[in-house]
Design a binder for this molecule. Structure first.
Ligand SMILES: *[C@@H]1O[C@H](CO)[C@@H](O)[C@H](O)[C@H]1NC(C)=O
Ligand SMILES: *[C@@H]1O[C@H](CO)[C@@H](O)[C@H](O)[C@H]1NC(C)=O
Ligand SMILES: *[C@@H]1O[C@H](CO)[C@@H](O)[C@H](O)[C@H]1NC(C)=O
Ligand SMILES: *[C@@H]1O[C@H](CO)[C@@H](O)[C@H](O)[C@H]1NC(C)=O
Ligand SMILES: *[C@@H]1O[C@H](CO)[C@@H](O)[C@H](O)[C@H]1NC(C)=O
Ligand SMILES: *[C@@H]1O[C@H](CO)[C@@H](O)[C@H](O)[C@H]1NC(C)=O
Ligand SMILES: *[C@@H]1O[C@H](CO)[C@@H](O)[C@H](O)[C@H]1NC(C)=O
Length: 490
C-alpha cells in the first residue's frame, strides 16, 4: 500500500509538473517573434508587411521581454493598423526606433510611447492622422520635475504623408527636444499662428521638412522660435516669391531647397537674403524660372554646393549673380566659394568665365544638356573647364554639346580637343561668322575675278563684235532727237 500510495503520488506529481510546465511555456509564448522576424544580432524586430491589424498586447511584449534578447528597432510599416490603442509597456531592452509608416493609423492612445525611455525616432508617416487626432497627450511621457511629462529622448518625428492642415498649438509640449521634424506631403496651405506656437516648444529643431505642402508664403517671424534650424526643405510648394523676410531669421541655415516651386525670375527684388552659413542650395525643376539677375543671391559666403539644374527655361544667369559685397568693406566684392556646381539640363547658351571666382577649385561642374552656343565666349569652357570636367565627372562629358551655330549643332565639345582650336566670335548681329566668311570670300573672289573679266569682255566686244553699221545704229539711238530736229529743219 505504501508503495502504491507513493506511485500515485509520483504520478500526480509528474502530471502536475508537466501541466505546470506546459502552462508556463504557453504563458510565455513569444507571439511577436512568431509573427515577425526577430533579429537579435542586428537588434531589429521586423514586422514589415505582415498584414497586422492590431498592435501587440502587454502579454506579447512581456514574453519578448523575458527572452533577455535586446532590440533597438521595431519595424511595423506596411501593415493594416488603424490605431495604436494601447500603450507600449516598459521594456527591458532599449527600443530606440519605431517605424509605423504605411498603415492607416488615425488614432493614437494617450501616452502611447510614454514608457519607452530610450525612444529617439518615431515614424508615423503615410498614415491618416489629422490635426484633430494628432493631440499633444499622445506624446506624454513620465513625470519629471523639470518638464511637463516629457519624452526627453525623442529627437526625430516623422509625420509626412498624413492629413495635417495645421498643428495643435501645444503639439510638442512633451517632446521639446525634437531636432528633426518631417511634415512633408501634408495639405498645409498657411503657417497659421498655431503652427508657430507649436514650433516655439522645439527650440532645438535643426531639420524641418515642409516639402510638398501647399504653401505660397511664410510668415516673417516663422523661424524666430527655431533659430537653430540648419536644414529647410520647401520643395514642391507653391512659392512664386522667395520668402525673404522669413529666411532672414534663419541665419543658421546650412541647407535650403526650393526645388519644384513656381518661382518667378530672380532679381534684386525677388531675391534671397544674405545667409552667412548656407552651404547647399537647391533650385531645380523650376519651370517658371527664365533668368537670374544681378543681386538675386544676397550673399552666401559659405556656399559650396549649388544645384541649379533641370530648369528647362532658364537661359540667363547674370555673371555677377553670385557676387556680393564683402561684409566689412562694401567696395570689395566676394564670390560664393562653390565647389560643386550643377547647371545641367537648363536652357543656357553661354557661361561667363567670371561668374565664379575660381573654377579651378571646383570638384564637380555639371554643365551637360544645355544648348551651348559655340562661339568665342565658350573658348573658356573648352580650354579651361573641359579638362576639369574630364577629370571629375568623365561620364558626363559627352553630353556637353553645341546647339549653335548650325555648323557645330550636335557636335560634342570633347571633339574639339586640338590644342590650337578656338571657336570664332559672332558679329554684333549674332549672325554666323563662318557663313559670313564664306560669303565674304565668294564676294571678294567675285570682285577680284569679276572686274578684269568684265573689262576684258567690254574690250573684246568693242574690238571684235562691233560692226560698222552697228556703230551707226548705236550713235543714231543717241542722236535720235537731234535727227528728228534735223528732219524738222528739212
Ligand atoms: C520587462 O522587464 C523589465 C525589467 O525586468 C520590467 O521592469 C518590465 O516591467 C518588463 N516588461 C514587461 C512588459 O513585462
Ligand atoms: C534573463 O535574465 C535573467 C536575469 O538576468 C535570468 O534570471 C533569466 O534566466 C534570463 N532568461 C533567459 C531566457 O535567458
Ligand atoms: C507605463 O506602463 C504601465 C503599465 O506597465 C502603465 O501603468 C503606465 O501608465 C504607463 N505609462 C507611463 C507614462 O508611465
Ligand atoms: C538638395 O539636393 C540634393 C541632391 O539632389 C539632396 O541630396 C539634398 O538632400 C537636397 N537638399 C534639401 C535641403 O532638400
Ligand atoms: C531657350 O532659349 C531660347 C533663346 O535662347 C528660346 O528661343 C527658347 O524658346 C528657349 N527654350 C525654352 C524651352 O525655354
Ligand atoms: C568706398 O568707396 C567710396 C567712394 O568710392 C568711399 O567714399 C568709401 O570710403 C569707400 N569705403 C571703404 C570702406 O573703403
Ligand atoms: C579625358 O581624359 C582622358 C584621360 O584621362 C583622355 O584620354 C581624353 O582625351 C580626355 N578627353 C578630353 C575631351 O579632354
Amino acid at each position: 500500500m505504501k508503495s502504491e500510495a507513493f506511485l500515485v503520488f509520483v504520478f500526480f506529481f509528474s502530471v502536475g509538473l508537466i501541466y505546470g510546465e506546459a502552462a508556463e511555456t504557453k504563458e510565455l509564448e513569444n507571439v511577436i517573434c512568431k509573427k515577425c522576424n526577430c533579429n537579435a544580432d542586428k537588434n531589429i524586430i521586423d514586422c514589415s508587411k505582415k498584414g497586422l491589424k492590431k498592435m501587440f498586447s502587454y502579454d506579447d511584449w512581456a514574453a519578448l521581454n523575458e527572452t533577455n534578447d535586446s532590440y533597438e528597432e521595431l519595424l511595423m510599416d506596411h501593415n493594416n493598423l488603424e490605431s495604436i490603442d494601447v500603450q507600449f509597456p516598459p521594456l527591458k531592452f532599449p527600443l530606440k526606433r519605431i517605424i509605423l509608416s504605411h498603415n492607416k493609423i488615425n488614432k493614437i492612445a494617450k501616452s502611447a510611447f510614454g514608457n519607452l525611455t530610450y525612444l529617439e525616432e518615431l515614424d508615423l508617416s503615410y498614415n491618416e492622422m489629422t490635426a484633430q487626432t494628432l493631440k499633444p497627450d499622445i506624446f506624454k511621457g513620465k513625470y519629471s520635475a523639470d518638464e511637463y511629462e516629457p519624452i526627453v529622448t525623442l529627437k526625430i518625428l516623422r509625420l509626412g504623408n498624413n492629413l495635417l492642415h495645421y498643428l495643435d498649438d501645444d503639439l510638442f509640449e512633451h517632446t521639446q527636444h525634437i531636432q528633426e521634424l518631417y511634415l512633408d506631403n501634408n495639405p498645409i496651405q498657411v503657417i497659421h499662428p498655431n503652427i508657430m506656437s507649436a514650433f516655439s516648444d522645439i527650440p532645438q529643431l535643426q531639420v524641418l521638412d515642409l516639402s510638398r505642402n501647399e504653401l505660397t508664403d511664410l510668415p516673417s517671424a516663422v523661424f524666430q522660435p527655431v533659430k537653430a534650424l540648419r536644414v529647410l526643405n520647401l520643395e514642391g510648394n507653391l512659392f512664386h516669391k522667395i520668402p525673404r523676410t522669413a529666411l532672414k531669421y534663419a541665419q543658421n541655415l546650412r541647407e535650403l531647397s526650393f526645388d519644384d516651386n513656381p518661382i518667378d525670375d530672380l532679381n534684386d527684388v525677388n531675391a534671397f537674403p544674405s545667409l552667412a552659413k548656407l552651404e547647399k542650395l537647391n533650385l531645380t525643376h523650376i519651370g517658371s524660372l527664365r533668368s537670374i539677375g544681378e543681386g538675386a543671391f544676397g550673399g552666401f559666403p559659405k556656399l559650396t554646393e549649388l544645384h541649379l539644374s533641370n530648369n528647362h527655361h532658364l537661359s540667363f544667369i547674370h555673371p555677377d549673380a553670385f557676387q556680393f559685397p564683402e561684409q566689412d568693406d562694401d567696395n570689395r566684392t566676394q564670390w560664393a566659394p562653390v565647389k560643386k556646381l550643377f547647371l545641367n539640363n537648363n536652357n543656357l547658351t553661354t557661361l561667363e568665365s567670371n561668374s565664379f571666382i575660381t573654377w579651378d577649385d571646383m570638384n564637380e561642374i555639371h554643365i551637360h544638356d544645355n544648348p551651348w552656343l559655340c562661339d568665342c565666349n565658350l573658348n573658356y569652357v573648352l580650354k579651361h573647364l573641359m579638362p576639369i570636367i574630364n577629370k571629375t565627372t568623365p561620364h558626363l562629358i559627352e553630353h556637353i554639346q553645341c546647339a549653335e551655330p548650325s555648323v557645330y549643332a550636335g557636335h560634342k565639345l570633347m571633339d574639339f580637343k586640338a590644342s590650337d582650336f578656338e571657336f570664332r566670335c559672332m558679329d554684333k548681329y549674332n549672325a554666323h561668322p563662318e557663313r559670313d566668311s564664306a560669303l565674304l570670300v565668294a564676294l571678294f573672289l567675285g570682285i577680284i575675278l569679276g572686274m578684269p573679266l568684265t573689262c576684258a569682255c567690254i574690250l573684246i566686244y568693242q574690238r571684235l563684235f562691233r560692226p560698222k553699221q552697228g556703230a551707226a545704229k548705236y550713235s543714231r539711238a543717241f542722236y535720235k532727237r537731234a535727227d528728228m530736229q534735223d528732219d524738222m529743219h528739212i
